[in-house]
Design a binder for this molecule. Structure first.
Ligand code: G3P
Length: 220
């Protein structure tokens, strides 16, 4: 499973990259706003900085909601780096734009996916990635993991190449569950990635190893 980090924070991206396990980055307008990046030129510069840190795909979301606007924004974003993946919402104009970019060989990420029907449309439009939002479904007492399993089944039935990018991941257990289901990619915060390493028996075992080593050494 590929690991993407879901943030526009350069320090978190660099920290995840330093572990050597990072395959890419996803951003969205809310994450960009959180870093207080305003104005087109600053936004473009920020995407370039992200591309310099990570050796992998970087999703950059369009703001326009009409086809022409999405194409204009997407083309400008794609020109920044071959790492850029154009991210668009799963609305009819977004599906048209996804098809447009797919036909041109530009990578796409269809986002805000909450149903398998939407995921099917994204695959039909040739999306590189489809982003079902796991925790946001759980937030409304729906079944986020169930949706990812359903999309996995549908894509397997027809051999769709679109990669399932499990988004709205908030915890380490979400990452494990997505891996069990067969999600191609997960995107989550740094805490969910680093959390995979945590186990109290690892900590106590390491302390004991070091304690025993030091006691043994002091005899000489
Ligand atoms: O990138 C979109 C998605 O990952 C958002 O996550 O935590 O805001 O639901 P969240």
């Amino acid at each position: 499973m590929k690991f993407f980090i879901d943030t526009a924070n350069l320090e978190d991206i660099a920290q995840a990259e330093s572990l050597g396990v990072l395959d890419g980055v996803t951003t969205n307008p809310s994450l960009m706003a959180k870093e207080e990046i305003r104005g087109q030129q600053n936004i473009f510069n920020h995407y370039k900085k992200i591309c310099d840190i990570v050796n992998g795909d970087v999703s950059a979301e369009v703001i326009a909601t009409d086809f022409e606007g999405m194409v204009k924004e997407g083309e400008a974003l794609a020109a920044l780096s071959p790492q850029i993946v154009i991210k668009m919402p799963v609305i009819s104009e977004g599906i048209k734009a996804c098809k447009y970019f797919s036909d041109k060989g530009i990578k796409t990420n269809v986002t805000l996916v909450f149903s398998s029907g939407q995921a099917l449309m994204a695959a039909k439009a040739g999306a590189t990635y489809v982003s079902p939002f796991l925790a946001r479904l759980d937030d409304i007492s729906a079944d986020g993991l169930g949706l990812i399993a359903e999309i996995r089944k549908i894509y397997n039935n027809y051999g769709y190449k679109t990669q399932i990018l499990a988004a709205s991941i908030r915890s380490t257990m979400h990452v494990i569950n997505c891996a069990k289901i067969g999600s191609d990619v997960m995107t989550g915060p740094l805490s969910a990635i680093e959390g995979l390493l945590n186990h109290p028996l690892t900590d106590s075992g390491l302390s004991k190893f070091l304690e025993d080593h030091n006691r043994n050494t002091s005899k000489f």
